[in-house]
Design a protein around this ligand. Structure first.
Ligand SMILES: Cc1cc2nc3c(=O)[nH]c(=O)nc-3n(C[C@H](O)[C@H](O)[C@H](O)COP(=O)(O)OP(=O)(O)OC[C@H]3O[C@@H](n4cnc5c(N)ncnc54)[C@H](O)[C@@H]3O)c2cc1C
Length: 354
């Protein structure tokens, strides 16, 4: 049978929308299925590493934000910093990033169906998808970009055993209308978790907190006087400069058994996620979107599994290792080690920057 659409992309977050642009560039006709209106805000550190920023510029997308020149690790008075050797990254507020990619997809005439997918049936020649407001729709291939808690991943049996609940990590994020004080991403190691501070514009800073379930953003900030002073926060962690509510996401670790099930390919957070500690989700997701589209265009979806492994190898190894160390008695030694071993620290940051 001839499917109704060549590629259905489930999930119109940044990775799904970037996949539509790569698909259009490859001469394929994508349809994106996303229930929510654009732009969507989400808990995110909002740091685009140099590789992610290059990839966006290759798509002729340059959303406004703040230049990122490297990564600093801080703990008390200890500070290690490394400036990217090749190129810069960009801090871009999540709604700004999403709006820019969505506007480009609209310019390219990409069709969006406002619906949630809750059924996916793979066949030899096509995939059938449906939901309360869509379908059944037949697609030649499905790219699932439906995020951390991917429904498609579960429907096609690619999800793996969840992490035990005591080990789970979560992320929170708040924006502040304040001038950035650094052109580096600052990662502050505190007893509450890691504060991830990203400059996002001339008067905008994003602050994410990574830690255990139930971490209290205000209490954690109140215990970090230098950061609290920069954000003009009081003893409860409240600041007149804070914008909007605290957003949350997690559990961060999401395991997958494989990334393809016949004609269904998982990309972005849906394909598995380790942790936000190294700020790579968008870089990896966009690279995966490119590789998934290329595999479909070559009529060889199975090759995407190999490409996914290559794209995510450092993330899986380095980020998992860092998270294990962060949860172990070694935690207090991480920032001092970065200070005393600048070549090692710089080497790791450079790997993440690619
Ligand atoms: C606290 C925190 C800090 C982070 N910091 C950084 C950072 O600094 N740099 C970085 O690069 N990454 C960072 N990340 C990771 C980054 O946010 C993610 O990797 C990125 O958002 C993944 O994008 P995505 O498009 O795959 O998923 P999402 O942005 O989650 O989009 C998924 C989309 O799918 C839609 N959807 C869900 N279910 C369905 C369904 N059934 N049918 C149809 N649509 C559906 C949703 O509505 C959503 O729009 C961070 C993450 C967290 C939690």
């Amino acid at each position: 049978m001839t499917p109704e659409v060549q590629i259905a992309i489930v999930g119109g977050g940044p990775v799904g929308l970037v996949a539509t642009l790569f698909a259009a560039d490859a001469g394929l006709e994508p349809v994106v299925i996303e229930p929510r209106e654009t732009p969507i805000d989400k808990a995110c550190g909002e740091g685009l590493m140099p590789g992610a920023w290059r990839l966006l510029r290759d798509l002729e997308l340059e959303p406004p934000g703040a230049e990122l020149r490297g990564v600093a690790y801080l703990q008390g008075s200890a500070r290690a910093e490394h400036r990217f050797r090749n190129g810069t990254g960009r801090g871009v507020a999540r709604p700004t990033l999403h709006a820019a990619i969505a506007a480009r997809a609209a310019e390219r005439g990409i069709r969006v169906i406002r619906a949630r997918v809750d059924a996916v049936t793979p066949h030899d020649t096509h995939v059938t998808i449906s939901g309360p407001d869509v379908g059944p729709l037949t697609a030649g291939h499905v790219i699932a970009a439906d995020g951390l808690h991917s429904r498609v991943r579960e429907l096609v049996g690619l999800g793996a055993r969840p992490q035990r609940s005591s080990a789970r990590r979560f992320g929170l994020r708040r924006h502040y209308a304040i001038a950035p004080w650094s052109d580096l991403i600052e990662v502050r190691w505190t007893p509450h978790g890691e504060f991830y501070v990203t400059p996002l514009g001339p008067e905008l800073v994003g602050v994410a907190l990574l830690g255990r379930r139930g971490a209290d953003f205000g209490a954690a900030l109140a215990d970090e006087p230098e950061l609290a002073a920069r954000l003009q926060a009081d003893a409860r962690g409240e600041s007149p400069a804070q914008l909007g509510q605290v957003r949350g996401a997690g559990p961060l670790l999401q395991r997958t058994r494989a990334r393809t099930a016949g004609r269904v390919l998982l990309v972005g957070d849906a394909s598995g996620y380790v942790d936000a500690l190294t700020g790579e989700g968008l870089r990896l997701g966009m690279a995966e979107a490119k590789a998934a589209v290329a595999a479909i265009a070559a009529d060889d979806p199975a090759r995407y599994e190999r490409d996914w492994r290559a794209i995510t190898r450092d993330f899986r190894v380095l980020t998992s290792g860092l998270v294990v160390a962060a949860r172990s008695p070694l935690r207090p030694a991480i920032v001092p080690a970065a200070v005393h071993l600048p070549r090692l620290y710089g080497g790791i940051v450079e790997r993440l920057a690619r």
